[in-house]
Design a protein around this ligand. Sequence first.
Ligand code: FES
Ligand code: FES
Length: 163
Amino acid sequence: MIEITLEVNGVKKTLSVEPRRLLADVLRHEFGMSGVHIGCAHGACGCCTVHLDGTPRLSCLTFAVQCDNSSISTVESLGGTTADHPLQKAFRSEHGLQCGYCTPGFLMTLVPFVDEMVIQKRIPEDEEIREAMSGNICRCTGYHGIVSAVRKAVTDGLKSGAA
Ligand code: FES
Ligand code: FES
């Protein structure tokens, strides 16, 4: 067993883990972050995406011991039913989800993209949005609603920045 310290959604915890243990497993079972979804478990679907020190990372391809002394954010950090992130609101209004299983991964992949577009003060082309989410698979939506949600979140972000 190896002792590691992780900061997950602002809460620091030291724990002992086996070197083979995946970050996704530790986040779900040791930190209770059930929004970290496992789809394929081999890096193909993007469901398990979290932020590791601010950068999207597939938690099914990451060993927890690699993350010692790192800061991790899961979809729970975006807010819940009472404090939704603008991208979560846009997913809801633009019908960017159906069963919702893939949604945490899409959100954690796309939040940095939306933030970057707002910083650049431009609305991305659909092709750019599709490229940004090309590592995530959804079996329900056909992707159109997700593309619309990203465009709306950027548009709303630009409006609120200009206000
Ligand atoms: S569960 Fe990690 S990429 Fe599919
Ligand atoms: S909403 Fe069902 S898999 Fe994407």
